[in-house]
Design a protein around this ligand. Structure first.
Ligand code: COA
Length: 565
């Protein structure tokens, strides 16, 4: 069938649905929800058999839904209605939630149901639930609905009862620091994370709070900002304390808390971790190391997978240290939701807000990413495994590819290209690692086409080395089991010697420094050159400017050559 996806953004959920529909043999195209007339035009151009809206923030025009079936993906159980479905589900601590695919009609979320899928809830942020629970449920529900639509004999029914839940207001989210215990504060912040956050104030300044983590030991007067550590601030609650990793000050962008309140933080005592990288701890820790049976595992839980210069430097310190440990396998486990999304575009943008240079900060950040990738590429003591449990984008994909092996969780979506960010050329030694895996033509196609890759696709084209099923916990367990077997294998030293020999040959053929120098020549032009595209694209990305058109590589119905008979 011809299926048109109408969406607010080509986010990871839409990417997964698009990929799965294509895999089933459907012909898909994407149009962003820009205006009613643009949507109507897209329908007229593509002439779809079916329209699906995976992620919309407003209603589909009546002129469209009244003429053909439009299926809406609603992140709520059958009968649930309203724009804050997940926010309420987190707030009410429901044990089970779901996704419903329903037909668009005049009343919001009130149309007949084509499919619905349930999942157990997890204590996590709204964004994390969206990525790990809602997304796979939505893919299953959409595929089921599409099959039912295709079969032609399915009669969708309205739910027996329904409940409208209103838009959650800031008054519903407000934290009472004198009364709310840590669990309540965590739940309130998580219900609005990544958007819109909880309106609050810090150091007497209004801001929105995101990225909350529990603290096990520190105590203080409720509401007091007691401590800082790296990017986060620790604030006392009625019965303990929580860490707040990110804030958005009024009129500004979302930033690490200690950067957003840089001068105010100077007065706050720094409370470093007792044992640098060792895990587990009962406090907030973004870089953590575990070791067992000859396997070291390095976790890096960076919010949104964005890695600032300082975060790269700290991770490199941890990596250098981990590489000296008496282990033969080193697993780079990344974070729960993202492995890495490359340089930290918000922190870079903040440099210009503060009167500094975004170009300089971009340059420092990409160099720090490259230093990290180089550390992995030149590791001679261990087999390194990038165990990618969460999505990766741009430089994050090539940081992962710098490891000897890249294992992906089956549900992961990768975007191993840079051009969406204002034609950025990219670095992280991709010109060395990508053609080695997919050939020169394959590498050019990936960079040019700018399409997401599912884990299965990445494996099929040779970009990834394994694709493992399950949720994050199951994936990490499977990785740990396999890594242990490798570490204990009698030929592990021989395997390390073989990889070192191969790297030596590569280095003789063309030194890594030469790849880096060539990439950085392009990057210098991107950051400091004539053409401001990267700076403009970054600005729009961090300020979340609404798109005014759908990129042509997604809106296939607008591709004139494809429409010619
Ligand atoms: N720097 C700062 N923030 C980033 C980021 C980066 N490199 N990559 C993603 N984010 C943020 C997004 O702004 C969003 O923020 P929010 O919490 O305020 O909503 C959040 O991470 C989630 O991103 P989203 O786009 O919703 O996730 P996704 O899984 O749907 O899409 C990507 C993933 C990778 C396709 C998309 O985030 C992207 O294009 N990121 C930019 C990658 C890049 O160009 N990096 C720089 C070059 S190395």
């Amino acid at each position: 069938m011809r299926i048109l996806l109408i969406t607010h953004a080509y986010n990871s959920l839409t990417q997964r649905i698009d990929a799965q529909l294509q895999l089933q043999g459907h012909d898909t195209s994407v149009e962003f929800d820009i205006s009613e007339s643009v949507t109507e035009e897209a329908v007229a151009l593509f002439k779809p058999d079916l329209i699906i809206a995976p992620y919309l923030r407003r209603a589909i025009p009546e002129a469209v839904w009244s003429r053909q079936v439009c299926l809406i993906v609603h992140p709520g159980i059958e009968g649930d209605r309203g724009p804050s479905a997940l926010d309420w589900a987190v707030t009410h601590q429901v044990a089970e939630w779901g996704v419903t695919v329903l037909q668009a009609q005049s009343d919001m979320d009130a149309g007949p149901v084509w499919a619905s899928v349930r999942f157990p809830m997890r204590a996590a942020s709204k964004g994390s639930l969206y990525r790990h629970e809602v997304t796979p449920a939505a893919v299953d529900a959409v595929l089921l609905a599409v099959d039912r639509f295709k079969a032609g004999n399915f009669k969708p029914q309205r739910p027996a009862s329904s409940q409208w839940q209103p838009l959650m207001r800031q008054a519903d989210r407000a934290i009472d620091w004198q009364r709310d215990d840590s669990a309540t504060v965590l739940r309130k912040i998580r219900a609005g994370d990544g958007f819109p956050g909880v309106a609050d104030s810090l150091f007497g300044q209004p801001c929105h709070l995101f990225d909350a983590w529990p603290e096990g030991n520190l105590r203080g007067a409720p509401g007091q900002v007691m401590a800082r550590r790296q990017t986060a601030l620790c604030r006392a609650t009625a019965d303990g304390a929580v860490w707040i990793g990110h804030v958005k000050r009024t009129g500004s962008i979302k930033l690490p808390a200690t950067l957003a309140f840089a001068s105010e933080c100077l007065e706050v005592p720094e409370v470093p971790l007792a044992d640098l990288w060792r895990a587990p701890t009962s406090t907030w820790q973004d870089i953590a190391y575990e070791e067992a049976d000859g396997v070291g595992t390095l976790f890096f839980e960076f919010y949104n997978g964005a890695m600032s210069t300082r975060q790269c430097e700290r991770l490199r310190d941890a990596l250098v240290w981990a590489q000296q440990r008496p282990t033969t396998v080193l697993v780079l486990a990344g974070g729960h939701d993202f492995w890495s999304n490359g340089i930290h575009l918000n922190v870079i943008e903040a440099a210009s807000i503060r009167g500094g240079s975004a170009a300089d900060e971009s340059w420092h950040n990409i160099n720090a990413m490259n230093d990290l990738a180089l550390e992995l590429l030149t590791n001679q003591r261990q087999i390194t495994i990038a165990a990618v449990a969460g999505n990766t984008g741009a430089g994050g994909c090539f940081l992962a590819r710098a490891a000897d092996l890249m294992w992906l969780r089956q549900a992961v979506v990768q975007n191993p290209h840079y051009k969406n960010m204002g034609n950025l050329y990219g670095s992280e030694y991709w010109t060395y690692s990508l053609p080695r895996r997919v050939g020169m033509e394959g590498a050019k196609a990936i960079m040019h086409n700018r399409q997401p890759l599912t884990a299965a696709q990445a494996l099929a084209i040779g970009l990834a080395d394994a694709c493992l099923p399950g949720d994050v916990a199951a994936f990490r367990q499977a990785v740990a089991d396999d890594a242990r077997k490798r570490a204990l294998a009698p030929d592990i030293q021989a395997q390390i010697a073989i990889k070192n020999k191969a790297k030596q040959c590569d280095e003789q053929a063309k030194p890594l420094a030469a790849y880096r120098a060539q990439e950085m020549e392009h990057m210098q032009r991107n950051f400091y050159g004539f053409d401001p595209s990267y700076h403009v694209a970054r600005h729009h990305f961090v300020y979340k400017t609404l798109p005014s058109w759908t990129p042509r590589h997604l809106a296939r119905h607008r591709d004139l050559s494809a429409r010619q008979p």
